[in-house]
Ligand binder design. Structure first.
Ligand code: ADP
Length: 650
């Protein structure tokens, strides 16, 4: 263990450590891909300092002794042109020795594995920048401008300080140090070509650009030399550079797009601009201000069991907590932003939030405003919405089950591919395209667009000019179940139940009655013979209204689990008992017509049975189900091909 050091070592020699492998990769990747955006390091490090001050303030609410003699909460930035260092100091929470190692030597979040995996999958420059967007830039951005970084830190409430040093070569050291009081100094030893960051003029403009709204004073140290020769005197002054006014408290008209964007980056550590935002004030029983953003790309932990929720809670402009999952439902976990309450108590904890009635009210509004933002995006920028949908649609769909009160609003936001056109369509657009006489919204579920587009189940619908929606996301099985109808039109599975195509065009009550009718007399014998052959394996055998090109297919009962859901559950290792389905025959198909002739002659009984078996297996294959006995299927196919090839050769 690197930490099992002797007492002597602890005094004389810094302990050497290696970066966690993923952290090292991230570091290299970042240095190589962000070299055109080096200046963001200052935003990232000021964000970290500001977070550390926020954390201290929250902790001090319950333990005032943590503040000690040093009441001031501030960030101080000092350039030293002689030493060529830039130092960012804060009087925040500081770090213990263990925290230093855990926070700065690893990717602290649970995603390090995932990160390494994605990194292997996506190669190349552009994707690297994207990936960094997903993981955040953070502390490592110091190495964009520094060849060596020193962190001297003392945790609040501790009298020990430590120095962490690294030159980004894959290792770092930790040793005891001294620091007068709690807080952290980041000393950046600037690379030779990065000396511009020694200029107070440059620093001032960067702070104004990126960090103006940070809620703690950011002071810039300036040295002035006055007088000549021996008379020269040096004076050091510190001026507060940022306005420090929380961005969300300003009037919308006074905030530029750029400022909104910078604030988002400060909050989320995202490298990219957000996709959309909404800034609002809620009056009434619960007064609060909200500023919410949609990220352009999914954070790496979007589908982790415990992904971070992206809201920060403030009470009257004072930071209270991060990742405030009490204020936003899980299916909106990709939203980033700030909620600033006028009414909650400052010392509110997660536990209290869970019980607070008021919180439900805030949450309801947050959902409403987020859905408004999504509506606006979908209406005004459909292409951007489509991109959003691709990455976040599956998560948003969780809301159909979790938040049934907003089911109708969420249904409007759904997008699917369909048989009618390329690209995505909404249910509203589908309904608009419905030809007269069509009563239901048809969909087919399956593993992929390519798979369902060729499915026999939709042949009849397509031939009739009806559009079929492709439900090809696993969660779509549940979407169909929870949406049920849209604008008064029921959702109907092309793979389930009786298809009432013939009757849809006609008005009148006899349509229903006709549907219940039995198999037409001319097909009775065939249907019975097929039933006898398949026995218990099918629920029933019927002549089909849904097939035009294929000879057969399998159809689930209206209330039954379909083949696709069976497949999904099997893939999730859940025990599934394959449901029985109705075997449908296409009476217009020459093969079925020939089969009918065979059924009527005793001498063909054996052949007939063989062919029904092959057709049944075929139907299983086209719905994506496994065959009960694949070798028998192969043997039958071989026999048939042998027959056919002999005929071919005369
Ligand atoms: P992130 O801030 O996104 O978690 P970083 O890589 O920027 O990731 O920082 C990692 C962690 O190091 C932070 O979460 C925080 O715990 C700690 N840290 C960074 N800077 C400071 C600081 N100035 N004071 C105290 N802790 C800090």
């Amino acid at each position: 263990m690197a930490d099992a050091t002797t007492a002597e070592q602890e005094i004389h020699e810094p302990e050497a450590h290696s970066f966690q492998a993923e952290a090292r990769t991230l570091l290299d990747l970042m240095i190589n891909s962000l070299y055109t955006h080096r200046e963001v390091f200052l935003r990232e490090l000021i964000s970290n300092a500001s977070d550390a001050l926020d954390k201290l303030r929250v902790r001090a609410l319950t333990d005032e002794s943590l503040l000690g003699d040093q009441k001031g909460l501030e960030v101080v930035i000092t350039a030293d042109p002689e030493a060529k260092t830039l130092t960012i100091s804060d009087t925040g929470i500081g770090m213990t020795k263990d925290e230093l190692r855990d926070n700065l030597g690893t990717i602290a979040r649970s995603g390090s594995r995932e990160f390494a995996k994605q990194l292997k999958e996506q190669q190349g420059e552009g994707s690297a920048a994207q990936l960094i967007g997903q993981f955040g830039v953070g502390f490592y951005s110091a190495f964009l401008v520094a060849s060596k970084v020193e962190v001297v830190t003392r945790a609040a409430g501790s009298d020990e300080a430590f120095r962490w040093v690294s030159t980004a070569d894959g290792t770092y050291t930790i040793e005891p140090a001294t620091r007068a009081a709690r807080g952290t100094d980041l000393v950046l030893h600037l690379r030779d070509d990065q000396e511009e960051y020694l200029s107070t003029y440059r620093l001032r403009s960067l702070i104004t650009k990126y960090s103006d709204f940070v809620g703690h004073p950011i002071k810039l140290t300036e040295e002035r030399t006055e007088g000549e020769g021996d008379e020269q005197t040096k004076t050091t002054t510190q001026e507060v550079v940022n306005k420090g006014k929380a961005l969300w408290t300003r009037a919308k008209d006074d905030i530029t797009d750029e400022q909104y964007e910078e604030f988002y980056k400060h909050l989320s550590h995202d490298f990219e601009a957000p996709l959309a935002r909404t800034h609002f004030k809620v009056e009434g029983r619960q007064m609060f201000t909200g500023l919410l953003y949609l990220p352009k790309r999914p954070p790496f932990d979007l589908n982790f069991p415990k992904s971070r929720s992206g809201l920060r809670l403030y009470v009257k402009r004072v930071f209270v907590m991060d990742d405030c999952e009490q204020l936003i439902p899980e299916y909106l976990r990709f939203v980033r932003g700030v909620i600033d309450s006028d009414d909650l108590p400052l010392n509110v904890s997660r536990e209290i939030l869970q019980q607070e009635q008021a919180v439900e009210g805030i949450k309801r509004q947050v959902v409403k405003k987020t859905l408004d933002m999504l509506d606006a995006l979908a209406d005004e920028r459909p292409e951007d919405y489509a991109a959003f949908w691709k990455d976040f649609g599956t998560v948003l769909k969780e809301g159909l089950q979790a938040d049934w009160k907003n089911k109708d609003r969420l249904a409007k936001l759904l997008r699917f591919e369909s048989s009618a056109q390329d690209g995505l369509t909404s249910l509203a657009e589908y309904v608009e395209r419905m030809p007269e006489g069509q009563k239901a919204i048809y969909y087919i579920t399956g593993p992929s667009k390519e798979f369902v587009a060729k499915s026999p189940h939709i042949e009849g619908l397509k031939a009739k000019g009806y559009e079929v929606l492709y439900f090809v996301d696993a969660i779509d099985e549940w979407v169909a179940e929870s949406v049920r109808e849209f604008e008064g039109k029921p959702l109907s599975s092309a793979m389930k139940g009786e298809l009432k195509l013939e009757d849809e065009g006609k008005e009148g009550e006899d349509a229903e009655a006709k549907q219940e009718e039995e198999t037409p007399t001319e097909w009775k014998q065939l249907v019975q013979a097929v039933k006898d052959t398949l026995g218990e394996r099918v629920k029933d055998v019927k002549m089909s209204a849904r097939l035009t090109e294929s000879p057969v297919c399998l159809v689930a009962g209206e209330m039954d689990m379909g083949a696709n859901l069976e497949r999904i559950l099997r893939a999730a290792n859940r025990p599934v008992e394959g449901g029985k389905r109705v075997f449908e025959l296409n009476g217009d198909h020459p093969l079925i017509q020939n089969l009918d002739k065979l059924a009527k002659e005793d001498k063909h009984r054996l052949k007939f049975k063989e062919w029904v078996e092959v057709l049944f297996d075929q139907a299983l294959l086209t719905e994506g189900s496994p065959l009960a006995d694949p070798s028998s299927f192969a043997q039958r196919m071989t026999a048939l091909l042998l027959d056919a090839s002999q005929k071919e050769l005369g």
